[in-house]
Design a protein around this ligand. Structure first.
Ligand SMILES: Nc1nc2c(c(=O)[nH]1)N[C@H]1C(S)=C(S)[C@@H](COP(=O)(O)OP(=O)(O)OC[C@H]3O[C@@H](n4cnc5c(N)ncnc54)[C@H](O)[C@@H]3O)O[C@H]1N2
Ligand code: MOO
Length: 397
């Protein structure tokens, strides 16, 4: 396993092995959660025309107390069709085109209406209740950039900008194989020595959350033959294969020899990271294979640090989310040999600083330490501890 790579070196190895997937041209209703593979430019001004922000009357600006005959109407989708003559008012609905000749809208509740005319109750300044063309999105400007993950708001902006389809990064096809004789499916009773296979569920869920299509989740017993068979089947279809467990140095750890037998080329094995030391990474013809340590926290942390960036980049998004800094709310003992990814919850202190508080005991088997974790605080290896009040680097989960 030696020499151990640093987290950054291991990530560089992963980054180098990635090829972005072929993009898909998608109907916009099918693009939620996908990564934009092109810049989106506003095809026209949004709003496309000056319009009213209120139900009321289109008028020329002027002092209170004017009497203006109501001689036309502009409704949403049905413009008045002629300019507003001086000294008159057009009835207007919210969102209707402001007629030429008008420069303001007076709300219906600010006028007295009698005998086909209105009397203004207030001074009306120019531009009152008028939404100008392009005030939201100006024609020709880039409103969304390639690499953006598309949520409901992004889809709405793209539609307003004139788009009905979007070019989106491809979806990685991902397989999870959990290895170990001790594993039992969720909800099944446990016999002596058995545990529930939680990693298959957490890793599949993390992959789905990162935009991958998890097409198979399977298990393999601790024999070389069965491991080769399960990994071989998964590799047929997968862009990314995630294997849980069996990557350490035990006599029943068959993942590495199995991958070797399947022609997967090792890129690294071993990272100076706690939890996650025995993390393994290899490739076969552009397919990525991650062997993640079996401890439940180790597998989640190494997924977040290595697999998630790869999935993001394959879809055309940034490889890593930018790190932030936070102030430690409690002292943390340091680990002498490896950098440590401490699960922390984040909160903003009254003075505005971001505070990071460990989620509790940090053993790699304490799956509950992932509950309520907002980020991984990356602490450098060393002696002693990192005191409360120290600024540390955190990676959002
Ligand atoms: N002699 C040494 N032993 C170990 C070393 C070492 O350097 N020298 N490293 C330790 C570290 S660190 C880790 S992490 C683990 C990783 O081992 P494996 O990846 O081979 O994982 P397993 O041995 O298969 O399992 C470890 C642990 O996790 C539980 N597990 C496994 N799969 C699942 C699953 N799908 N769902 C839930 N829990 C799972 C398993 O029962 C074990 O308790 O190795 C150390 N040993
Ligand atoms: O590196 Mo292991 O993942 O400490 O528990």
């Amino acid at each position: 396993m030696f020499p151990l790579l640093s987290i950054a070196q291991a990530r560089d190895e992963v980054r180098r092995a990635i090829t972005a997937l072929e993009p898909d041209d998608l109907e916009i209703t099918a693009a939620l959660g996908r990564v934009l593979a092109e810049d989106v430019t506003a095809a026209h001004d949004v709003p496309p025309f000056p319009n009213s922000a209120m139900d009321g009357f289109a008028v020329r600006s002027g002092a209170a107390g004017r009497r203006l005959p109501i001689t036309g109407e502009a409704r949403a989708g049905r413009p008045a069709g002629r300019p507003l003559p001086d000294g008159e008012a057009f009835r207007i609905s919210t969102g209707a085109v402001l007629p030429e000749g008008a420069d303001a809208v007076i709300e219906v509740e600010r006028v007295q209406e009698r005998d086909g005319a209105l009397v203004t109750e207030i001074d009306v300044d120019a531009a009152r209740n008028v939404r100008t063309a392009g005030e939201d999105l100006a024609a020709g400007t880039v409103v969304l950039t390639a690499g953006t993950r598309l949520g409901p708001a992004e889809l709405g902006v793209a539609v307003s900008a004139g788009r009905g389809t979007l070019l989106c990064g491809g979806i990685p096809r991902l397989a999870v194989v959990a290895t170990g004789d001790e594993l039992v499916d969720p909800g099944e009773p446990l016999q002596p020595g058995q545990i529930h296979n939680s990693n298959a569920v957490t890793l599949g869920a993390l992959a789905q959350q990162t935009g991958a299509r998890v097409f198979t989740v399977s298990g393999a017993a601790d024999t070389l033959d069965e491991t080769v068979e399960a990994l071989g089947i998964a590799l047929e279809e997968a862009d990314v294969l995630v294997v849980s467990g069996g990557v350490s140095v035990g006599p029943h750890d068959h993942v590495k020899p199995a991958l070797e037998a399947l022609g997967v080329q090792q890129r690294f094995w071993g990272v100076a990271l706690r939890p996650g030391k025995p993390t393994w990474f290899g490739t076969r013809e552009g397919r990525l294979v991650f062997g993640l340590p079996g401890n439940p926290v180790s597998s989640m942390v190494t997924f977040l640090l290595f697999v998630r960036p790869a999935l993001n980049a394959m879809q055309g998004a940034a490889f890593e989310a930018p790190r932030r800094t936070a102030v430690l709310a409690e002292r943390i003992a340091r680990f002498p040999q490896r950098d440590e990814a401490v699960r922390v919850s984040l909160a903003t202190a009254p003075d505005g600083t971001l505070q990071a508080r460990p989620t509790g005991p940090q053993g790699s088997h304490i799956s509950s330490s992932m509950l309520g974790a907002d980020a991984l605080a990356i602490l450098e290896a060393g002696d002693g501890g990192v005191e409360a009040g120290t600024t540390v680097s955190v990676e959002p989960i």
